[in-house]
Structures are given as C-alpha cells and as structure tokens.
Ligand binder design. Structure first.
Ligand code: ADP
Ligand code: GLC
Length: 490
C-alpha cells in the first residue's frame, strides 16, 4: 500500500506557543503544527510578529528574495515584512511583521482599529501564501481573528490560482469573542458592491459586522474543540447569539477534543519542576508540594490538601463561584488554595479579598507566569475549573497527567475529559458537578476533600487520572481525517 498523500495546510492563528500566548489557542496551534509536521504533512503556520515575540528564539529572518507586502484594508495601507522561523518540531512559521499593527503592549487590545489589525493579518497571510507559491488544500482559520478568510477566498482572493481550490476550516476555540465591529467600517472589507449581500444582513441592519458569524456562514467546515461543546453551541444557552447560524450549518459542524503536548506537560520530564514523578513515585509529588508551599511562604501546610487554579480571569471561568464557595469551605475545613491568573479587575479583586481574609492559607499571584503554572499543576492535589462554559479546556487535562484531581463543571470539554469518580467501583478521574452555582461547587470541593481524607481512595483516583491519554497523536488524526474530507470535496 502506498503512503497516504501528505497534506498542504495553511494554519492561521493569532497566537502560537512558544511565540505568543494568552490562552489555549496558542497551545493548540503549536501542538497541532508539531504533530502534523511530525507525520510528514506540509503545514505552514501564519501568525502576527507581536512586539513580545522572541525572534531570535524563533530563528525568524526575512524570507530571502521576497519583496515586502503592502496589505490593503479599506483606505489603509500597511507595509508588512514576512519573516520565516521554525517552531519546535520543525513546522515553518511565517510572521507578519508590521510594527504599526502588532507592536503594541499586548496581543489583543481594545483599540479602535482592533478589527483592522486582524483583517490585515488575515489578508497578509493570504498574500504571503501567494508570494510563497504555496497552494494549501486547506486554509485552517482559528477564532474570529481569521474568520474572514473564507469570505475573502470567495471574493477578492478567488482569482489567485494558488488559493482557488483551497477549502476552509474554521475552528471555534472561544465563541465568547466574536470580534464585532461597526457597520460603518464596512469599507475595511474591500468587498465589491455586489458582494455586500454576502454579509449577514440582520447584523448589518443592526449596525454591526460579526467576523465569527461570517466565518460560520462561509467556511467549508466548522469545528469546535470538544464534541459536547459542538452540541452546546447550537443552543441559545451557549450559542452567544450565533446558534441560529450554527444550527443552519449543523451538517458541517463537528467537535474535536484538543490534545495535550506531553513533551511540555508531563511530570515525568517537566522542564520547570526540579524533581520528576510518575504513578509509582507519588512521594515526589508530595515533596514538590512541600517545596512549593515553602516558597509561597505557607510552610507547614504540606500535610493538608492543596487546591490550585491557573486561569484567564474572565466571566467564562466561574471565578465568582470560587469567591462565593471558598470562604465557607476554608472556615470549615483545612484547605490551602493557590491561584494564578490575570484579567478582569473584578475577578482579581475577588482573589485578593480571599487572600486578605485567609492570609495563611490562600496565595494569589496576579499575572501570567508559565513556570508557576507548571508548579501549580505539579504541587496541587486538586485543580478547580468551575467554568460557565468551556469549549475544551487544557488545564484539566494537564491536571490529570500530574495526578491533580480536576474539580470541574459538566460542560464542554470538561464533560468530555473528566469522569466523576465512583468510590464504590474505584473508577473515574475527578469530581464533576452540574449546576453553575455556589452550592454545587461547594459540594464538589467538599466531596474532593472527603475523598482526599481517605488515602487509599485518593491514590486510586490519582492513578486513574494519571493513566489518561489525551495526546495529539490521537487527536491530530481527527484533524487529518477532516482535512482529507475537505480536500477531496468538490
Ligand atoms: P483558555 O484558552 O480559555 O484560556 P485553556 O484551559 O484552554 O483555557 O488554556 C489556558 C492555557 O493558558 C493553559 O495552558 C494555562 O496554563 C495557560 N494560562 C492561563 N492563564 C495563565 C497564567 N496566568 N499564567 C500562566 N499560564 C496561564
Ligand atoms: C479557548 C477555550 C478553551 C480551549 C482553548 C483552545 O479559548 O476557552 O476551552 O481549550 O480555546 O482550544
């Protein structure tokens, strides 16, 4: 049998590990590129050259012989250089270098030209594909930032021979962010007069343009990052106003659970923690916890259960449930809590208040700190994810690998990756609760604490968790199968 044909994929992502990251999209883009490259596919990643990108580490240099691109967005002209670097695992990464657009203090902004920053990125990526004489079978867009690519490929870019046959996949990592901008900025789309009808007319009449909806309307196929979330987003409760458009495309909508890059997230060889462990050396985990607590100034609490969280502090993540549940739990029971996160001020204030009220048992680290995230995964006994919605979630899967019991709400990828433990049969990997309210989270944390108090039971749960395998070798195969279906579609 001959080897299956290698695929040609253009992967457009607004963040990619290890160059830029605010959340799971970066990890997924980086890991998917790595696994596809490892399997011999020609995957090329396109991403903005933000000011924070370490160009030397990415070995990013201007593509030889390529003239700078000028990207047009309405009446604006953006000179862009194209840099080529390499990602861990060998995938080529093309960085769109335009300091005017990407030389800002953060990856995403609330600036008035935010939509133009990503329209320009999408266009620059398509221009780069042409300049490189690449002819991808699939242009894989991710989230609202690149969701206009399917429409652009049907309009202005349809004439480019290298893109004429490209199919598009839109992956929705987070439906809570849609990139909506004012209809007054319609000229920024550079549509011909006859093409304006391709925009969602009700949105337009309501005075706005919704990039994510446009992607849903025109991508050849759509997926989100777990099977449960693919069902959820077709309902008004989870569709964030896009459920009607998603229901209309149900036949082309699938859910593919994210994988984990175990080269990065595995206690057997984690590059951050000083000692390594596996299910047969759980004493090392206890030792790491002791070191970690001492470092946080909580020495002496190592015999007690430690709960952790690492999160963007956004409405999605259910921080108010933690703030609502923990005071009573901390008063009644002997728990230590460590939180790492940054985001909306009201959630930061909640964690600060918790630390103020329980100074010897709660530690809140405000900010983004990859090394600390690894420490929390390794040293904690349980990991809290009471999300309002969670398309996939990566930290619960990291937690499983580190023998850190995930305490999660039954939604999206949390429902698809954590199985509620049954003390009777000894099966299950964490604590799963249903309702988005304080009593439900209180029940879940107390349940975890009750099991923790029974060492044999807890060891069983821990071992079950560590035995789970969410590697990309498996999940990547689902993307390959989907790409092949798209590529063969007439
Ligand atoms: P989301 O993409 O919604 O933020 P995920 O669980 O998919 O949620 O991915 C979050 C990723 O970002 C994880 O790798 C997590 O460790 C990381 N992360 C989030 N906040 C921080 C932080 N403050 N410091 C370090 N890493 C963080
Ligand atoms: C998101 C989602 C998260 C998912 C990540 C990567 O931002 O909130 O659940 O794991 O994207 O797909």
């Amino acid at each position: 049998m001959s080897a299956p044909e290698a695929l040609r994929i253009a992967l457009l992502a607004s963040e990619v590990t290890p160059l830029s990251k605010t959340g799971g999209l970066a990890d997924v883009a980086g890991a998917l590129a790595k696994v596809l490259t490892g399997e011999g596919h020609d995957v090329r990643v396109f991403t903005p050259a933000y000011a924070s990108v370490d160009r030397a580490a990415a070995r990013a240099v201007p593509v030889p012989g390529l003239a700078p691109l000028t990207v047009r967005v309405g009446s604006h002209r953006y000179p862009c250089a194209l840099l080529k670097g390499v990602l861990p695992g060998g995938a080529p990464v093309y960085l769109i270098d335009c300091p005017e657009l990407y030389g800002r203090a953060s990856l995403y902004t609330a600036d008035a030209d935010e939509h133009r920053r990503f329209l320009a990125f999408t266009r620059a990526a398509l221009e780069a594909v042409r300049a490189l004489r690449f002819s991808p079978q699939v242009v894989h867009c991710n989230d609202w930032h690149t969701a206009f690519a399917p429409l652009f490929l049907r309009t202005g870019y349809a004439a480019y021979p290298c893109l004429r046959d490209a199919r598009t996949l839109l992956t929705i990592h987070n439906i809570g962010y849609q990139g909506v901008f004012a209809a007054a900025d319609l000229p920024d789309l550079d549509l011909a007069p006859g093409e304006v009808k391709l925009l969602h007319q009700d949105d337009l009449a309501a005075g706005h343009i919704n990039p994510l909806r446009q992607g849903i309307l025109y991508a050849t196929a759509i997926n989100t990052v777990s099977p449960t979330h693919a069902l959820e987003i077709c309902t008004p409760a989870y569709g964030m106003g896009l459920d009607d458009s998603l229901r209309a495309r149900r036949a082309d909508l699938t859910g593919i659970l994210n994988g984990v890059d175990y080269e990065e997230w595995d206690p057997r060889h984690d590059r951050v923690i000083p000692e390594h462990f596996d299910p047969d050396h759980l004493g090392v985990k206890a030792d790491l916890k002791r070191q970690f607590l001492a470092r946080l100034g909580l020495a002496g609490r190592d015999g007690r259960p430690l709960a952790g969280i690492v999160s963007r502090l956004a409405a999605q993540k259910g921080i108010e449930l933690i703030a609502g549940a923990l005071p009573a739990i901390l008063t009644a029971r002997d728990l230590t809590f460590v939180a790492l996160g940054a985001g909306e001020p009201q959630y930061e204030a909640m964690f600060r208040a918790l630390q103020r009220d329980f100074p010897d048992r709660v530690h809140f680290e405000r900010g983004y700190d990859d090394a600390l995230a690894h420490w929390i995964e390794a040293a904690s006994d349980m990991f809290l994810m009471p999300s309002r919605y969670e398309p996939c979630g990566l930290n619960q899967m990291y937690s499983l690998r580190y023998g850190t019991a995930p305490v999660v709400r039954r939604t999206g990828g949390l429902a698809d990756s954590v199985v509620h433990f049954d003390p009777g049969s000894g099966t299950g990997t964490g604590v799963v609760f249903n309702d988005f309210d304080v009593p439900a989270l209180t029940w879940a944390v107390n349940t975890a604490l009750d099991w923790y108090a029974q060492p044999a039971l807890w060891e069983r749960l821990t071992r079950n968790a560590m035995a789970q395998d969410f590697s990309w070798t498996h999940q990547g195969g689902e993307y390959v199968a989907l790409y092949r279906r798209l590529a063969s579609r007439a």
